[in-house]
Design a protein. Structure first.
Length: 205
């Protein structure tokens, strides 16, 4: 979760003071918010669930808003980057949607998360067409037929996302009490190797 553009932040004198790359996971962010007055005593999971539900709804609304204005071409895909911010009441607000999102691995979290995200994305968009078990010649160069790779239990990512990836363990601020409390991130469930990070939200027809 980044609060402003990393290209701007990294020239600041406090860059990396509390966490590497000024970026933490959503899990860690809401652990912190739940400890603050802004959390209004709500448990971390309730705050995070509300945020994720808002994100889903905003993404769906944004896609519906451009229906009819986007050219849908068979066997093509596009990776979009959604930027959100929370206001003082923890309402989720869309800032922008990037057609060329930054994939800079500016801290350990992103070095682990981005390769898995891309691997899972290619599993969704390419494996049903070119994956193992597909006979492209039988379908004019593309496969429309189901094949073993479409079954969830056949896919296994090589980029592990264990629970510890999502919890900030180090404290670069030394003995700073504020920074120390920020890094008391509890356990995250992580993701199984056969679990795809992507999930369908809506269909534009």
């Amino acid at each position: 979760m980044q609060l402003t553009n990393n290209a701007v932040q990294k020239v600041g004198e406090d860059y990396g003071k509390y966490e590497e790359g000024n970026i933490v996971s959503v899990h860690t962010l809401f652990e912190y918010i739940a400890q603050q007055a802004a959390g209004k005593g709500q448990p971390k999971q309730a705050l995070e669930d509300r945020y994720l539900k808002d994100v889903d709804n905003i993404i769906i609304d944004s896609m519906k808003a451009v229906k009819g204005q986007v050219t849908l071409q068979k066997h093509t895909f596009e990776l979009l980057g959604y930027d959100f911010i929370l206001d003082e009441d923890l309402n989720t607000i869309l800032i922008e949607v990037n057609t060329n999102p930054c994939l800079e691995e500016s801290n350990d979290l992103l070095r682990r998360l981005l390769p898995r995200m891309l691997d899972d994305m290619l599993n969704v968009v390419l494996d049903p067409i070119f994956g193992p078990g597909v006979n492209p010649a039988a379908y004019g160069g593309y496969s429309e037929a189901p094949h073993p790779n479409r079954a969830p239990d056949k896919y296994k990512s090589k980029f592990a996302l264990r629970p510890e990836v999502f919890s900030v363990q180090s404290n670069k601020a030394g003995n700073d009490p504020e920074a120390a409390s920020f890094h008391e991130s509890g356990p995250h469930g992580g993701y199984r190797d056969d679990e795809n990070l992507w999930r369908p939200l809506c269909v534009l027809e």
